[in-house]
Design a protein around this ligand. Structure first.
Ligand code: OAD
Ligand code: ZN
Length: 269
């Protein structure tokens, strides 16, 4: 048995003994679905400066002064989100939940791929880009991913020029109160969503899978530490150098799309 096979079977054995396993996911889990991560080579933060786009005020300022490059990246993101399918890692997490092994997926991802991959108990701490939230009454609507993308792309293509006001016209209108809706995602400086649930899930986890995250954005990055403090075993899966790497009990330097299905195979074998 290779060292990696050994670690996979060890991870599976720990999970099969667990009574309440949780997972904390980051962008790496969606990398194999064609959605770029933030901090890897070619990642979003190499292409856009977070200082220009990551808060609502800065984003509006950048759209007013220099929309060109933003729009270019925006079209690429629309494309990636449209083409993305849940990968083997998402599907394996869904299977683990079905098998009763995994209780909760806490994710920093906004792409809805966990749900499409079969997970049900999902805590989306950074929101969901296909859910819209009314700026007036706060009501939230889950939108069909591809229909929303098509609508936005059609509107963008029909624009003569990109100005702040034309871009604001991309927003859907609330059916209840008529106010504009925004994507229900967490920008820098905004509160994380479902934080009490995320802390509770971390505290209740006896095993936490730390998957495809660099673990630099708080408070999400604190959740594995919360779990460990409450006695959890940490299993990290991440092939990259900027991994969470804070003393996981088991560290698998592999892609989640390879490692998670291999673990599921052990669990069902
Ligand atoms: P990062 O881009 O910081 O980290 C991605 C991680 O995924 C890295 O550790 C990679 O090594 C790893 N990775 C790459 N490919 C992988 C694969 N196939 N399988 C497993 N792991 C892989 O992304 P996050 O940690 O998710 O927040 O970033 C956290 C937050 O920073 C995001 O939610 C976003 C961003 O600013 C907000 O926008 C609020
Ligand atoms: Zn409303």
């Amino acid at each position: 048995m290779s060292k990696m096979d050994e670690q996979i079977s060890q991870a599976a054995a720990i999970l099969s003994r667990s009574a309440s396993a949780g997972a904390l996911c980051g962008a790496g889990v969606s990398a194999e679905s064609g959605v770029a991560t933030f901090r890897d080579a070619g990642g979003l933060w190499e292409r856009l400066d977070p200082a220009e786009v990551a808060t609502t005020e800065r984003l509006i300022h950048t759209l007013e002064t220099n929309p060109g490059r933003l729009i270019e990246v925006f079209f690429e993101l629309l494309d990636a989100f449209e083409k993305a399918e849940p990968n083997a890692g998402h599907v394996a997490l869904g299977r683990m939940e079905q098998m009763g092994v995994l209780k909760t997926v806490i994710t920093q991802n906004i792409d809805d791929l966990h749900r499409e991959g079969g997970s049900q108990n999902i805590i989306e701490v950074h929101g969901n880009v296909f859910r819209t939230r009314c700026l007036g009454c706060g009501s939230k609507v889950n939108n069909d991913r591809r229909a929303l993308i098509r609508e936005i792309r059609d509107k963008l293509n029909a624009m003569q020029e990109y100005s702040l006001s034309s871009l604001i016209s991309l927003a859907r209108t609330c059916q209840k109160c008529g106010s504009p809706m925004r994507p229900d995602v967490v920008m820098f400086g905004e509160s994380v969503q479902q934080l009490p649930e995320a802390y509770r899930a971390a505290q209740d986890s006896d095993v936490m899978l730390v998957l495809g995250t660099s673990g630099v954005v708080y408070p999400a990055a604190e959740l594995p530490l919360v779990a460990r403090k409450a006695g959890a075993t940490l299993i990290e899966i991440n092939p990259g150098e900027n991994s969470f790497a804070r003393g996981a009990d088991i560290y698998l330097p592999m892609k989640t799309g390879d490692a998670l299905p291999a673990i599921v195979e052990h669990l069902s074998g």
